[in-house]
Design a protein around this ligand. Structure first.
Ligand code: GLN
Length: 547
């Protein structure tokens, strides 16, 4: 039977429960345990697919096509193991299931209530992955903050699971914040004490206290927290602010988090932890040999979380190239012909981001025209690829009004058009072309060179697609389709072979980049950026020496 670890949060949101859960999982995995992480979110949306990125950041997509919370991205990036629909459950999904069962008459005339019907369904889902036989340990992150009304059924379910299982089969890690009061020059423990009290009032006693802090915890503070929060002295774990999320697993290991957890779960400690590769990654990340600047053109750039996986994929790709990638966010709404050179002219590469709707679209197209004409390495993802196709149609093929039917349903040149199967769909939630699809790459192309293999599989999230009716015209003018879905011929990758590095993909490669497996397309873009920078640097050096 699997062991269950629950991660709750107190005092404030944004404490990094997801990173903590992923770090703990990594440490356990490094000792040979098979670990998975799931997230339970208290909101009523059935999944985050219908949420604006400004709400909860990026929507992460799994292999099996689930639209999920971005924390699942951290789980995959840290563990290098795929998650699925079962790894993310919302209150909405639970209610939807219970209500549909009620409509079928499954409750035999009973009053359907939060307890036991909703909690039973939460329980079923919380235990599901652990019953598959695939995992030794299941870590469940409970979204929200203790005290929120909406998360109470989750906490009540955790209480019941704790009551039903053996004491050493479950564990609760409670994450809190210790604010530092400048005037008193002190770390304050009271908010933590209160949040633990709140948890206890719900019948749940934390075993491990993880304290986010900007200062080292003194022995006195640790003792005080242990005493008043009712945990063992060694179970007060300091989570000091660090320069990168990738340092967190090692920081947690310094605090003996893994051994404490294993001991409490009665799991053998004799398997040694092997974090060598992780450590190497961190060393390279912290000691880059040079820097490249890559523009990220998008419309949600005010919020880092909106492009979370892209930012992380750049970190992985930077390490693979031993360089620091400085990502310069550029708001697509602010780009026009008058300022594009000033905004993009000095960059070593440009990525045009995914997105939906009309806002900022012309800025993206203007940016692509500029990088195409100026030989700046370009990478377009999903809408970014579609914009590259539109730009090419307008400025190379002379189809001045070319567009995607998403933005202009009556366009004379619908070079990007809604996929056939999408035309019948009315509902918005979970109805896009989602999840992993196969793609075959054409030999000798940039895509083929970067991936180093012919058959790939990548994750999708879109309704529109390259309109194959225009394919011959594009190819004749120099934009090729280097990747296609083998089953239906959909164009998944486009590129311009005469450009030093110009590639657009209909899928989302950022979702599959992990610490262990940086994504080849990101690695390729960063490498192209490094090459460009070296060329520019040596030209400048030559000019300086000659001058
Ligand atoms: N809006 C575009 C589509 O639906 C692109 C989606 C995306 O970038 N994820 O096809």
């Amino acid at each position: 039977m699997a062991k269950y670890i629950f991660v709750t949060g107190g005092v404030t949101s944004s404490l990094g429960k997801g990173i903590f859960a992923a770090s703990l999982a990594k440490l356990l995995q490094s000792r040979g345990y098979r670990v998975t992480i799931q997230k339970f979110d208290p909101y009523i949306n059935v999944d985050p697919g219908t949420l604006n990125p400004y709400e909860h950041g990026e929507c992460y997509v799994t292999e099996d096509g689930a639209e999920t919370d971005l924390d699942l991205g951290h789980y995959e990036r840290f563990l290098n193991v795929s998650t699925s629909q079962s790894n993310n459950v919302t209150t909405g999904r639970v209610y939807q299931y219970v209500i549909s069962k009620e409509r079928e008459g499954a409750y035999l005339g009973k009053t359907v209530q939060v307890i036991p019907h909703i909690t039973d369904e939460i329980k079923r889902r919380m235990l599901l992955l652990g019953q598959s036989g695939e995992y030794d340990i299941v870590i469940t992150e409970i979204g929200g903050t203790i005290g929120d009304i909406e998360a109470q059924p989750f906490i009540e379910t955790v209480r019941q699971i704790r009551w039903e299982l053996e004491e050493h089969d479950t564990l609760i890690c409670h994450l809190t914040l210790l604010p530092f009061l400048k005037s008193a020059k002190e770390l304050k423990t009271k908010p933590t004490q209160h949040s633990v009290k709140e948890l206890q009032a719900l019948g749940v006693m934390p075993n491990i206290l993880v304290c986010r802090t900007e200062m080292e915890l003194s022995d006195d503070i640790r003792k005080k927290l242990a005493l008043f929060c009712n945990v063992e002295r060694g179970s007060v774990i300091q989570a000091l602010d660090v320069d990168t999320i990738y340092a967190v697993p090692l920081e947690m290991q310094k605090e003996n988090l893994d051994t404490t957890v294993l001991r409490k779960l009665h799991l053998p400690l004799d398997k040694p932890s092997d974090m060598t590769k992780w450590n190497q990654f961190l060393q390279t990340l912290r000691n880059p040999t040079r820097e490249v600047r890559i523009g990220l053109v998008g419309k949600y750039i005010e919020l880092q979380d909106a492009y979370k996986s892209i930012h992380e994929a750049f970190i992985h790709a930077g390490v693979a190239n031993q360089v620091k990638v400085v990502v310069e966010p550029i708001h697509s709404e602010h780009i026009d012909d008058t300022n594009v050179e000033q905004l993009l002219g000095n960059l070593d590469g440009v990525l045009v981001a995914p997105g939906f709707g009309n806002r900022g679209i012309e800025g993206k197209i203007t940016a692509i025209k500029f990088v195409r004409e100026n030989n700046i390495p370009f990478f377009g993802i999903c809408l970014g690829m579609q914009c590259a196709v539109i730009e090419f149609a307008r400025n190379v093929l002379g189809m001045k009004t070319a567009h995607s039917t998403e933005m202009d349903s009556n366009t004379q040149y619908p070079v990007i058009a809604m996929m056939e199967e999408q035309k019948r769909i009315k509902n918005k939630g979970g109805t896009m072309r989602l999840g992993a699809y196969r793609c075959d790459l054409q030999k000798g192309t940039l895509a083929d060179k970067l991936y180093g293999k012919e058959h790939i599989s990548e994750r999708h999230r879109h309704r529109y697609e390259f309109n194959n009716e225009y394919f011959n015209q594009f190819e004749a003018a120099g934009m090729v389709a280097s990747g296609r879905n083998p089953d239906n011929g959909l164009v998944e990758v486009v590129e311009i072979p005469t450009h030093p590095h110009f590639i657009g993909v209909q899928y989302h490669p950022e979702l599959k980049s992990t610490v262990e497996n940086p994504h080849p397309l990101f690695v390729g873009l960063v490498k192209a950026a490094v090459d460009l920078k070296k060329k520019v640097d040596s030209k400048e050096l030559l000019a300086a020496t000659n001058g």
